[in-house]
Design a protein around this ligand. Structure first.
Ligand code: AGP
Length: 609
């Protein structure tokens, strides 16, 4: 995954390019580069490593010019290096391009171009785009770019510069995000809104196949056929600080602490004034529509997949319809048995995850009706699905997903209630009761966040262990999976989650003296069984940290430490129980000196397979 920026206006392009890239580093940061037209030529400067390395490289000779493009990379084809960093040029240096995505037919195109005499500098798929533009150049920048687009296959957002028409940038997208910021006497291009939010709040969100010719005074957008497209201006209502750290040391801690607000924002417009029912005006569903489905799929990746597991529990418990949950990268290749009687739900914070987007397209191809739960308006998944409901978590910048997860659980809970209302599978009294409990959740998260000292202590005490186990049953198991992923991805500790009942089928062999086990025991319906599993690991001298609901005085008799979360309906406890696990992962990563917001090998939005 990569970050792209472009600038054309009256000011020095380099200032926006570097500022914009610094806001997009979460999309990838193994190398960075810029290209600026200085009146005579397009000067390209790039460097492996973080953006700071590029700043350092140009500090004594900053590229001058009022039009330019930039890129921060997460390597897919070609290892991180100076030469593989974007921007990429053709043989002459007249054509320059930055790219996010994958050109799937780049090898055949590259062979053909080499045969025609082109010489390549990098191992990337992107470089072929610049040489292709040189090859097909017919004297018209836009027409030549369209010819390039006709020949390449794959997913991309692309921004082109051309020395022969140096007053304009051309950008286009397919399956990857691109927004255009509308300025006064200047215009901006970026992969994502945080890059431009300090310059303008007025944006165009490009759709697949749309192409924009951007000069300092005009933005002309056309579709694949070259026909003009009238776009609605999308006003960004995030304030600039929302994309900053807001006083916290890391985006992740900021976003953990934003959860009460994010959860409140996600639920507030969807609870009827009288608190007696859920409204989902975004969904035009009735009983016939819902009764037309004989199965529901929930498909996603990573944390979103873990949210889907909880969503399955909610829908099956409240709506009594069978739900299958799958990771997107598995689903799309298993020749799934779905048709027009399938409701296919995808979950994605970024709305750009390639595997999830591909699974969504595959489900549509097989006739399913599709619904997306996503956090980004105008994202590729939001626009691909038949219907979309949004978490209103605001921008999530840290690679480790936190507020997106809890707002996804909230959204699934409300969706299940909404479906139960329509199918009348839950009494109105029970619905009102659950809504009343739901409304308490933001304050209960705040309460859990108010005392982090014990968690900091545990993180210091156990933060240097090589292995940590998470166990639980039912919803506690689903949350255990999410807790383990959090710890793994930011502290690099090997953490695994197991269904507590599974321990005796193998994993117990790994439980020896001193091994930390995080035991979730919030679900009353399986409490006794979980307790016996806790005794199993204690009998092998594990160190057990229990997660329990307020009022549980039993658990502390059997574990070494207990973290309590406020009491609520057991269906809602996952939203509270995950918070100490997020904090445990965060403080363990701090203890180990890890880069919390940008963990190694990972990127915030994985838009490649
Ligand atoms: C979560 O902490 C991870 N960073 C990762 O698993 C993420 O949830 C996954 O890549 C899915 O991303 P999405 O929700 O944007 O589709």
């Amino acid at each position: 995954m990569c970050g792209i920026v472009g600038y054309v206006g009256d000011k020095q392009a380099v200032d926006f390019l570097l500022e914009g890239l610094s806001k997009l580093e979460y999309r990838g940061y193994d190398s960075a580069g810029i290209a600026v037209y200085d009146g005579a030529k397009i000067r390209v400067e790039k460097s492996v490593g973080r953006l700071a390395a590029l700043r350092d490289k140009i500090k004594d000779d900053v590229p001058q010019g009022t039009i330019g493009i930039g890129h921060t990379r997460w390597a897919t084809h070609g290892r991180p290096s100076d030469v593989n960093a974007h921007p990429h040029t053709d043989c002459t240096g007249d054509f320059v391009v930055v790219h996010n995505g994958i050109i799937e037919n780049y090898l055949t195109l590259k062979e053909d171009l080499i045969e025609k005499g082109h010489s390549f500098k990098s191992e990337t798929d992107t470089e072929i785009v610049a040489h292709l533009l040189e090859e097909v150049w017919n004297g018209d920048f836009e027409a030549s770019v369209r010819e390039v687009l006709r020949r390449i296959e794959g997913s991309y957002s692309l921004v082109f510069m051309c020395k022969r028409e140096p007053d304009k940038l051309i950008c286009t997208k397919q399956d990857n995000p691109l927004v255009i910021g509308i300025g006064e006497g200047e215009n901006f291009i970026a992969s994502d809104i945080p890059a431009i939010i300090k310059r303008t709040r007025r944006t165009y969100i490009l759709n697949d196949g749309e192409l924009a010719v951007v000069t300092k005074d005009a933005i002309r957008i056309t579709n694949r056929k070259g026909e003009p497209v009238t776009k609605k201006v999308f006003e960004v209502n995030w304030n600039a600080e929302a994309a900053e750290k807001g006083g916290y040391e890391h985006f992740m801690l900021k976003e953990i602490n934003e959860q009460p607000k994010a959860v409140r924002d996600t639920m507030s417009q969807r609870i009827a004034k009288d608190g007696k029912c859920i409204t989902m005006d975004e969904l035009k569903w009735d009983a016939d529509y819902l009764n037309s489905f004989n199965q529901i799929y929930i498909v996603a990746c990573g944390t979103a997949y873990h949210a889907g597991l909880v969503g399955k529990y909610y829908i099956e418990r409240l709506v009594r319809v069978p739900v299958q949950v799958d990771v997107a990268s598995e689903f799309r290749y298993r020749d799934p048995i779905i048709d027009e009687h399938t409701l296919f739900i995808v979950v994605s914070q970024s709305g750009e995850t390639s595997d999830t987007l591909a699974a969504l397209k595959e489900s549509k191809r097989r006739g399913a009706k599709t619904l997306a739960l996503t956090n980004v308006v105008g994202s590729s998944i939001a626009r691909e699905a038949d219907q979309v409901i949004y978490t209103w978590a605001g921008p999530e910048i840290a690679v480790a997903s936190t507020k997106a997860y809890t707002t996804q659980l909230i959204l699934f809970f409300m969706l299940a209630l909404y479906m139960a209302q329509i199918k009348k599978t839950v009494t109105p009294e029970r619905i009102a009761e659950l809504i009343a409990a739901l409304k308490q959740v933001p304050a209960q998260i705040s309460e859990t966040l108010s005392d982090t000292e014990p968690i900091k202590t545990f993180a210091k005490q156990y933060g240097f262990n090589d292995d940590v186990f998470y166990i639980g049953r039912g919803l506690d198991y689903d949350v255990a999976l999410e807790g383990a992923l959090k710890l793994k991805e930011i502290s690099y500790i090997h953490a695994e989650a197991y269904a507590a009942g599974e321990l005796k089928h193998g994993t117990l062999a790994l439980i020896v003296e001193g091994v930390p086990v995080i035991a979730l025991a919030t679900q009353k319906s399986v409490y006794e069984k979980t307790l016996s599993n806790i005794k199993e690991v204690k009998a092998r001298d594990a160190v057990v940290i229990g997660i329990a609901a307020e009022g549980d005085e039993e658990l502390q008799k059997y574990v070494d430490h207990v973290m309590k979360v406020p009491e609520t309906d057991e269906l809602l406890l996952p939203i509270l129980a995950v918070v100490p696990l997020q904090l445990l992962a965060y403080y363990a990563a701090i203890t180990r000196g890890c880069d919390v917001d940008k963990p190694r090998n990972l990127a915030k939005s994985v838009t490649v397979e």
